[in-house]
Ligand binder design. Structure first.
Ligand code: MG
Length: 172
């Protein structure tokens, strides 16, 4: 099986006056993530993991923050574009695992909602999509509530699954 693993990481600052989007879900909170798009750090990390596994250019190259087309765009739309690229390449997502690093708000209560939004877009059942949350134990910018970071790992395989290699000679 030609399995490809991709790793993604992203961090955005938390600021007042913006809605907070994580994994495509709007989470009620006093601050939101600063960014050229909606700042959805979770979706960005997943996108970069997908692109890395596929050997494509990274998210910053594909969707530069100087591009007026992506100003204020929902990151789910960017994810859909990346999934279209994978489909064209005949690559299928087999598994995604995510760690959100946030002091607050608590992400755990929103994990099921995030899975419900992301799962169908990635073509994954809930048991193939891990959404986990960690705090930064009060340390650093994340610990002071000034930013949220996210790590993501994905596994891709050819869409056809395992291709049997034909033996050059018939076994006797
Ligand atoms: Mg980002």
């Amino acid at each position: 099986m030609d399995a490809r693993v991709g790793l993604g990481y992203d961090l955005h600052r938390l600021v007042k006056g913006r809605p907070l989007y994580l994994g495509g879900v709007e989470i009620p909170y006093a601050k939101g993530l600063l960014g050229h798009s909606d700042g959805d750090v979770l979706v960005h990390a997943v996108i970069d993991a997908l692109l890395g596994a596929a050997g494509e250019n990274d998210i910053g190259t594909l969707f530069p923050d100087t591009d007026a087309r992506t100003a204020g765009v929902r990151s789910l739309a960017l994810l859909d574009e990346v999934m279209a690229v994978l489909k064209k390449r005949r690559l299928r997502v087999r598994h995604v695992d995510v760690v959100v690093v946030a002091e607050r708000p608590k992400i755990g209560p929103h994990a099921a909602a995030i899975k419900a939004v992301l799962g169908p877009r990635l073509g994954l059942r809930p048991d193939r999509l891990g959404i986990k949350a960690k705090t930064n134990e009060g340390t650093g910018t994340i610990g002071r509530g000034g930013a949220i970071a996210c790590l993501a790992v994905v596994c891709l395989t050819p869409a056809g699954g395992r291709r049997e290699k034909k033996s050059p000679r018939k076994a006797s």
